[in-house]
Design a protein around this ligand. Structure first.
Ligand SMILES: Cc1ncc(COP(=O)(O)O)c(C=O)c1O
Length: 385
């Protein structure tokens, strides 16, 4: 049976070129970057070099990069770090109602513990935050705004530059979760004017468990982890040198290939979207049709349930998600689709197709056939007619 992986927003395979640059740091150059001897110095040099290269790709300075244990940690560090460092200025934060749980649950925790008040901005049917809503929501005691650049479920891209500018007019720190953007759209911290920005290597063919937080010089940020003085006292813990080296290599490759990959993936996802709309009645496209990362497209199918769709497609060899991978297994419909105003039935009947390097036009044809079969089968068992 053919197997089609169309879940690249969940994770990507490691690029062999990335593995190659990582291996020496798992074998001979295994030193602890804090050690003074030659083994340590080799590891330190690799991290320093990586920091310079990653900073360059983001339009940042090397001292503004903090390596983390992935996207979740970068997001948590941004939210908790700013809130705690700016406690004296205020206790209000603003985020959107479509954030990844790495931001959303951090905000909800701060709300629950009484550390902060949180405003969750609504989004349009197309998954867009309205800058007017942000402007209205900012208060004198607002210390942080965190709004993602591209949504992991729908792919919709926010006008980050505009949102950041609004925050800066009021002296509010702005963080964006760019975990799904990096490698799919141009990410430049100065062009966007953000203070903090999160990325995760495993979303762009790098290793899992490593990411980075960009922290604009002068941004007040408390640490999340305490211990040694690693990462300029910002993130304690012995560095995962091989993963950090892999992150930079993956970031360079993704940046170099983006111009070619993304238009191709945009075309492929459009082809899939057009075919679904033509061939499957009762299929509704979710998210912005044009203002989106090229690889992501999301559909709800009337008369179907997410679990049935995902399992049915899996049996046909097609790997997709219903939205956030972290939400699989929970019966709650996607908070993103609910925030976009979808009816409960449609929010619970969504499939996210997220393409990557391996996908071809033949995959699109195969997915479509599998989808027709699965949707028909599920509808036969429901009250849908
Ligand atoms: C938008 C977004 N933010 C954060 C994360 C969390 O990143 P990680 O899996 O590296 O912790 C993800 C992962 O799915 C994501 O899609």
């Amino acid at each position: 049976m053919r197997r089609v992986y169309a879940d690249y927003n969940a994770t990507t395979p490691l690029d062999p070129q990335v593995l190659e640059v990582m291996l020496p740091y798992l074998r001979e150059h295994f030193g602890n970057a804090s050690s003074v001897h030659v083994f340590g110095r080799e590891a330190r040099a690799a991290i320093d070099d990586t920091r310079v290269r990653l900073a360059k790709l983001l339009g940042a300075q090397e001292g503004e990069i903090v390596f983390t244990g992935g996207g979740t940690e970068a997001d948590n560090m941004a939210v908790f770090g700013v809130v705690r460092a700016r406690r004296k200025q205020g206790r209000h934060i603003i985020t959107s109602s479509i954030e990844h749980h790495a931001v959303m649950h951090a905000c909800q925790y701060l709300e629950k513990t009484g550390e902060c008040e949180v405003t969750y901005l609504p989004v349009s049917r197309e998954c867009l935050v309205d800058p007017v809503d942000l402007r209205k929501a900012i208060r004198d005691d607002t210390v942080l705004v965190s709004i993602m650049s591209a949504n992991n479920e729908t792919g919709t891209i926010q006008s980050v530059k505009h949102l950041a500018a609004i925050c800066h007019e009021r002296g509010v720190t702005f963080h964006t979760d760019a975990v799904q953007s990096f490698g799919k759209q141009l990410v430049n911290v100065n062009d966007w004017g953000v203070d903090l920005l999160s990325i995760a290597a495993h979303k762009f063919y790098g290793p899992k468990g490593v990411g980075a937080l960009y922290v604009r010089r002068g941004t007040k940020l408390d640490p999340l982890l305490f211990g040694g003085s690693h990462e300029n006292d910002r993130r304690a813990g012995t560095e995962n040198v091989a993963a950090i080296v892999g992150l930079a290599k993956a970031a360079e490759l993704a940046t170099a290939q983006m111009g070619e990959d993304q238009p191709r993936l945009f075309e492929l996802t459009e082809k899939l979207g057009d075919s679904i709309t033509r061939r499957i009645h009762g299929a509704h496209r979710n998210g912005h049709a044009r203002q989106r990362i090229g690889n992501t497209i999301n559909f709800s199918f009337e008369g179907c349930e997410e679990e049935g769709l995902l399992l049915g497609l899996d049996l046909e060899g097609v790997a997709v998600s219903s939205g956030s991978a972290c939400a699989v297994g929970s019966l709650e419909p996607s908070h993103v689709l609910k925030a976009m105003g979808l009816l409960h039935e449609l929010a619970r009947a969504a499939v996210r197709f997220s393409f990557g390097k391996s996908n071809t036009a033949e995959d699109v044809d195969y997915i479509l056939k599998a989808l027709e079969k699965v949707v028909e089968r599920l509808r036969a068992f429901s009250t849908y007619s």
